[in-house]
Design a protein around this ligand. Structure first.
Ligand SMILES: [Zn+2]
Length: 275
Protein backbone atom coordinates (compact mmCIF):
# COMPACT_ATOMS: atom_id res chain seq x y z
CA UNK A 1 0.00 0.00 0.00
CA UNK A 2 1.37 3.45 -0.90
CA UNK A 3 2.12 5.79 1.98
CA UNK A 4 -0.93 8.02 1.83
CA UNK A 5 0.26 11.01 3.86
CA UNK A 6 3.50 12.91 3.52
CA UNK A 7 3.48 14.83 6.77
CA UNK A 8 2.34 13.90 10.22
CA UNK A 9 -0.01 16.88 10.47
CA UNK A 10 -1.88 15.64 7.40
CA UNK A 11 -2.83 12.44 9.12
CA UNK A 12 -6.56 12.28 9.73
CA UNK A 13 -7.32 11.94 13.40
CA UNK A 14 -8.70 8.63 14.56
CA UNK A 15 -7.11 6.44 11.87
CA UNK A 16 -3.64 6.22 13.46
CA UNK A 17 -2.26 5.65 16.90
CA UNK A 18 1.23 6.21 18.30
CA UNK A 19 2.36 2.89 19.76
CA UNK A 20 3.44 3.13 23.40
CA UNK A 21 5.90 0.28 22.76
CA UNK A 22 7.82 1.50 19.69
CA UNK A 23 6.66 5.14 19.27
CA UNK A 24 5.70 4.45 15.64
CA UNK A 25 2.51 5.60 13.98
CA UNK A 26 0.41 2.51 13.45
CA UNK A 27 -2.78 2.16 11.44
CA UNK A 28 -5.62 1.41 13.89
CA UNK A 29 -7.16 -1.14 11.55
CA UNK A 30 -3.89 -3.10 11.56
CA UNK A 31 -3.87 -3.00 15.37
CA UNK A 32 -7.40 -4.38 15.41
CA UNK A 33 -6.47 -7.10 12.93
CA UNK A 34 -3.56 -8.04 15.22
CA UNK A 35 -6.03 -8.59 18.14
CA UNK A 36 -5.30 -5.13 19.54
CA UNK A 37 -1.52 -5.60 19.43
CA UNK A 38 1.04 -3.40 17.63
CA UNK A 39 1.84 -5.00 14.24
CA UNK A 40 5.32 -3.42 14.40
CA UNK A 41 6.62 -4.36 17.86
CA UNK A 42 3.97 -6.71 19.28
CA UNK A 43 3.00 -4.40 22.17
CA UNK A 44 -0.18 -5.74 23.75
CA UNK A 45 -2.82 -3.02 24.20
CA UNK A 46 -5.61 -3.58 26.74
CA UNK A 47 -8.77 -5.48 25.87
CA UNK A 48 -11.96 -4.93 27.83
CA UNK A 49 -14.32 -7.80 28.77
CA UNK A 50 -16.36 -8.51 25.63
CA UNK A 51 -13.52 -7.93 23.11
CA UNK A 52 -11.41 -10.35 25.20
CA UNK A 53 -14.15 -12.96 24.90
CA UNK A 54 -14.41 -12.24 21.15
CA UNK A 55 -10.72 -12.91 20.49
CA UNK A 56 -10.65 -16.02 22.71
CA UNK A 57 -13.90 -17.92 22.15
CA UNK A 58 -15.04 -19.58 18.92
CA UNK A 59 -17.24 -17.21 16.88
CA UNK A 60 -20.83 -16.92 18.18
CA UNK A 61 -20.18 -19.54 20.88
CA UNK A 62 -20.35 -17.24 23.92
CA UNK A 63 -23.46 -17.39 26.06
CA UNK A 64 -23.23 -14.98 28.99
CA UNK A 65 -24.30 -16.06 32.47
CA UNK A 66 -24.88 -14.04 35.65
CA UNK A 67 -25.33 -10.83 33.64
CA UNK A 68 -27.91 -9.67 36.21
CA UNK A 69 -25.34 -9.68 39.03
CA UNK A 70 -24.51 -6.05 39.71
CA UNK A 71 -22.78 -4.08 42.43
CA UNK A 72 -24.79 -1.70 44.59
CA UNK A 73 -23.71 1.22 46.72
CA UNK A 74 -24.60 -0.42 50.03
CA UNK A 75 -22.32 1.82 52.09
CA UNK A 76 -23.47 5.13 50.58
CA UNK A 77 -19.80 5.67 49.76
CA UNK A 78 -18.65 9.14 48.75
CA UNK A 79 -15.09 10.00 47.74
CA UNK A 80 -13.49 13.23 46.49
CA UNK A 81 -15.18 12.77 43.12
CA UNK A 82 -18.69 12.23 44.46
CA UNK A 83 -21.03 9.33 45.34
CA UNK A 84 -20.16 5.77 44.27
CA UNK A 85 -23.77 5.24 43.09
CA UNK A 86 -23.40 8.08 40.59
CA UNK A 87 -20.03 6.80 39.39
CA UNK A 88 -21.46 3.29 38.88
CA UNK A 89 -24.37 4.67 36.86
CA UNK A 90 -22.09 6.81 34.70
CA UNK A 91 -19.62 3.96 34.10
CA UNK A 92 -22.45 1.57 33.15
CA UNK A 93 -23.85 4.11 30.69
CA UNK A 94 -20.45 4.34 28.98
CA UNK A 95 -19.69 0.60 29.01
CA UNK A 96 -21.27 -2.37 27.26
CA UNK A 97 -20.89 -4.25 30.54
CA UNK A 98 -22.86 -3.99 33.80
CA UNK A 99 -19.70 -4.40 35.90
CA UNK A 100 -15.98 -5.14 35.59
CA UNK A 101 -16.37 -8.84 34.76
CA UNK A 102 -18.05 -10.89 32.04
CA UNK A 103 -18.52 -14.67 32.38
CA UNK A 104 -20.31 -17.30 30.36
CA UNK A 105 -20.34 -20.60 28.53
CA UNK A 106 -18.14 -20.70 25.43
CA UNK A 107 -16.25 -22.98 23.11
CA UNK A 108 -12.52 -22.65 22.60
CA UNK A 109 -11.39 -24.58 19.54
CA UNK A 110 -14.52 -26.69 19.90
CA UNK A 111 -14.07 -27.48 23.61
CA UNK A 112 -16.94 -26.42 25.86
CA UNK A 113 -15.62 -24.23 28.65
CA UNK A 114 -16.59 -21.57 31.16
CA UNK A 115 -14.82 -18.38 30.15
CA UNK A 116 -14.51 -15.13 32.09
CA UNK A 117 -12.74 -11.82 31.62
CA UNK A 118 -12.19 -8.89 33.94
CA UNK A 119 -12.52 -5.46 32.37
CA UNK A 120 -9.93 -2.86 33.35
CA UNK A 121 -11.85 -0.12 31.53
CA UNK A 122 -14.69 -0.51 34.07
CA UNK A 123 -13.46 1.21 37.25
CA UNK A 124 -9.98 -0.25 36.86
CA UNK A 125 -11.27 -3.82 36.81
CA UNK A 126 -11.76 -3.49 40.55
CA UNK A 127 -13.27 -6.44 42.39
CA UNK A 128 -16.42 -5.54 44.28
CA UNK A 129 -19.41 -7.76 45.01
CA UNK A 130 -20.37 -8.24 41.33
CA UNK A 131 -16.90 -9.25 40.12
CA UNK A 132 -16.36 -11.66 43.01
CA UNK A 133 -19.82 -13.18 42.62
CA UNK A 134 -19.40 -13.65 38.86
CA UNK A 135 -16.00 -15.32 39.31
CA UNK A 136 -17.51 -17.64 41.96
CA UNK A 137 -20.52 -18.40 39.71
CA UNK A 138 -18.15 -19.16 36.80
CA UNK A 139 -16.24 -21.69 38.92
CA UNK A 140 -19.41 -23.21 40.40
CA UNK A 141 -20.99 -23.58 36.95
CA UNK A 142 -17.80 -25.17 35.59
CA UNK A 143 -17.85 -27.60 38.52
CA UNK A 144 -21.54 -28.47 38.12
CA UNK A 145 -21.28 -28.93 34.35
CA UNK A 146 -17.88 -30.65 34.45
CA UNK A 147 -16.17 -28.06 32.27
CA UNK A 148 -12.78 -26.36 32.40
CA UNK A 149 -12.71 -22.76 33.65
CA UNK A 150 -10.56 -20.03 32.11
CA UNK A 151 -10.51 -16.54 33.63
CA UNK A 152 -8.57 -13.57 32.22
CA UNK A 153 -7.63 -11.08 34.94
CA UNK A 154 -7.00 -7.34 34.56
CA UNK A 155 -7.50 -5.41 37.75
CA UNK A 156 -6.28 -2.64 40.00
CA UNK A 157 -7.42 -4.67 43.03
CA UNK A 158 -10.34 -4.59 45.44
CA UNK A 159 -13.02 -1.92 44.91
CA UNK A 160 -12.51 0.52 47.77
CA UNK A 161 -16.02 1.95 47.32
CA UNK A 162 -17.45 -1.30 48.71
CA UNK A 163 -15.16 -1.45 51.75
CA UNK A 164 -15.03 -4.78 53.59
CA UNK A 165 -17.59 -6.26 51.16
CA UNK A 166 -14.99 -6.08 48.40
CA UNK A 167 -12.33 -7.67 50.61
CA UNK A 168 -14.72 -10.57 51.28
CA UNK A 169 -14.64 -11.34 47.55
CA UNK A 170 -11.03 -12.45 47.97
CA UNK A 171 -12.09 -15.16 50.43
CA UNK A 172 -15.17 -16.10 48.38
CA UNK A 173 -13.35 -16.49 45.07
CA UNK A 174 -10.46 -18.36 46.72
CA UNK A 175 -12.94 -20.77 48.33
CA UNK A 176 -14.66 -21.27 44.97
CA UNK A 177 -11.30 -22.15 43.36
CA UNK A 178 -10.58 -24.56 46.21
CA UNK A 179 -13.94 -26.36 45.76
CA UNK A 180 -13.40 -26.53 42.01
CA UNK A 181 -9.93 -28.03 42.45
CA UNK A 182 -11.05 -30.46 45.10
CA UNK A 183 -14.12 -31.80 43.31
CA UNK A 184 -13.69 -30.85 39.66
CA UNK A 185 -12.04 -32.98 37.02
CA UNK A 186 -10.87 -30.13 34.83
CA UNK A 187 -8.21 -27.49 35.48
CA UNK A 188 -8.73 -23.86 36.39
CA UNK A 189 -6.59 -21.83 34.01
CA UNK A 190 -5.79 -18.31 35.21
CA UNK A 191 -4.56 -15.87 32.57
CA UNK A 192 -2.90 -12.71 33.87
CA UNK A 193 -3.00 -9.64 31.64
CA UNK A 194 -1.75 -6.09 32.08
CA UNK A 195 -2.23 -5.07 34.86
CA UNK A 196 -3.22 -7.68 37.46
CA UNK A 197 -2.68 -6.26 40.93
CA UNK A 198 -4.01 -5.96 44.48
CA UNK A 199 -6.81 -8.17 45.77
CA UNK A 200 -7.25 -10.04 42.48
CA UNK A 201 -3.58 -11.09 42.52
CA UNK A 202 -3.97 -12.01 46.18
CA UNK A 203 -6.93 -14.29 45.52
CA UNK A 204 -8.33 -16.37 42.64
CA UNK A 205 -5.96 -15.19 39.90
CA UNK A 206 -2.96 -16.61 41.79
CA UNK A 207 -4.64 -19.98 42.34
CA UNK A 208 -4.79 -21.42 38.84
CA UNK A 209 -3.83 -25.04 38.24
CA UNK A 210 -2.06 -23.41 35.35
CA UNK A 211 -1.06 -19.74 35.28
CA UNK A 212 -0.51 -18.07 31.92
CA UNK A 213 0.36 -14.42 31.28
CA UNK A 214 0.49 -12.04 28.36
CA UNK A 215 3.93 -10.54 27.55
CA UNK A 216 5.15 -7.59 29.63
CA UNK A 217 2.06 -7.57 31.87
CA UNK A 218 2.44 -5.86 35.25
CA UNK A 219 1.55 -8.42 37.91
CA UNK A 220 1.89 -7.86 41.64
CA UNK A 221 0.16 -7.00 44.88
CA UNK A 222 1.43 -3.53 45.81
CA UNK A 223 2.99 -1.14 43.29
CA UNK A 224 6.79 -0.97 42.92
CA UNK A 225 7.04 2.49 44.56
CA UNK A 226 5.23 1.29 47.69
CA UNK A 227 7.55 -1.74 47.92
CA UNK A 228 10.69 0.35 47.36
CA UNK A 229 9.65 2.75 50.12
CA UNK A 230 8.85 -0.11 52.49
CA UNK A 231 11.98 -2.21 52.04
CA UNK A 232 14.21 0.81 51.22
CA UNK A 233 15.89 -1.02 48.39
CA UNK A 234 16.04 -0.46 44.66
CA UNK A 235 14.01 -3.09 42.82
CA UNK A 236 15.58 -5.20 40.06
CA UNK A 237 14.99 -4.40 36.39
CA UNK A 238 11.67 -5.67 35.04
CA UNK A 239 10.35 -6.32 38.56
CA UNK A 240 6.67 -7.46 38.55
CA UNK A 241 6.57 -8.01 34.79
CA UNK A 242 5.52 -11.36 33.28
CA UNK A 243 9.05 -12.20 32.11
CA UNK A 244 10.55 -11.61 35.59
CA UNK A 245 7.78 -13.63 37.27
CA UNK A 246 8.17 -16.45 34.77
CA UNK A 247 11.86 -16.64 35.67
CA UNK A 248 10.92 -16.82 39.37
CA UNK A 249 8.41 -19.62 38.80
CA UNK A 250 5.19 -17.68 39.45
CA UNK A 251 3.95 -18.10 35.89
CA UNK A 252 3.91 -21.31 33.88
CA UNK A 253 4.06 -19.76 30.45
CA UNK A 254 3.99 -16.37 28.70
CA UNK A 255 1.60 -16.56 25.80
CA UNK A 256 1.28 -13.84 23.13
CA UNK A 257 -2.35 -12.98 22.39
CA UNK A 258 -2.27 -14.47 18.90
CA UNK A 259 -1.21 -17.83 20.36
CA UNK A 260 -3.66 -17.88 23.30
CA UNK A 261 -6.47 -19.86 21.66
CA UNK A 262 -4.06 -22.46 20.31
CA UNK A 263 -2.33 -22.76 23.70
CA UNK A 264 -5.62 -23.19 25.58
CA UNK A 265 -6.73 -25.77 23.04
CA UNK A 266 -3.47 -27.74 23.51
CA UNK A 267 -3.83 -27.55 27.30
CA UNK A 268 -7.38 -28.90 27.09
CA UNK A 269 -6.14 -31.84 25.01
CA UNK A 270 -3.31 -32.54 27.46
CA UNK A 271 -5.47 -32.18 30.55
CA UNK A 272 -8.61 -33.89 29.28
CA UNK A 273 -10.05 -35.88 32.20
CA UNK A 274 -10.00 -39.67 31.84
CA UNK A 275 -13.59 -40.90 31.79
ZN1 LIG B 1 4.71 -0.81 18.53
Amino acid sequence: MAWPFRRKREMPEGLWKVCSGCDKYVYKQQIEEALNCCPECGEHFPLSGYPRIDVTADPDSFDEIASDVISKDVLGFVDGKGPYAKKLKKTRAKSRASDACVVGRARIDGVATILGALDFSFMGGSMGYAVGEKVAIALETALAEELPCVIFSASGGARMHEGALSLMQMAKTSAAVHRFKERGRWPFISVLTHPTTGGVTASFSALGDITLAEPKALIGFAGPRVIENTIRQELPEGFQRSEFLMEKGYIDRIVPRNEMRETLSKLFTLLLPIS
